[in-house]
Design a protein around this ligand. Sequence first.
Ligand code: SF4
Length: 108
Amino acid sequence: MPLGLLLAAARALAAEMPRVDPDGATAKSLNYTHASPDADKRCANCQFYTDPGRSDWGPCVIFPGQLVNADGLCNSYFKRAGRTAASTRRAFGEFDGRIGTCRRSAVS
Ligand code: SF4
C-alpha cells in the first residue's frame, strides 16, 4: 500500500479518537491544558506529538488513543529537535569542522 494512503488512513483513524479531557486523572497529574501559556512551548512542537502535520488536534504518546490540542501543553513537554539551527546548537553543541571538536554549550 502506498505511504500516502497509509498516512491518510492513520489520520482518518486519529480523527475518530476522543480529545483529552483536561480534568482526567493523567491530564491533571501532568497539568495538561488545551491552551499553552507559552507561545514557544506547544504540543505541536513537542517531541511526543506524533503527527506534526496536524495543526489542530493530534496524537501524543503520553495520551495513547486520545488527541491533544496542537496549542496545548503539559509537564512532559520536550522540544522537538531539528527545528532551528539555534535549537540544534543548544541541544548538540557547536562544531568547528574538525573531528572531535564538538563542544556542548550551556543549555539555556
Ligand atoms: S507530552 Fe504534553 S506537551 Fe507534549 S504533545 Fe503530549 S500533551 Fe503536548
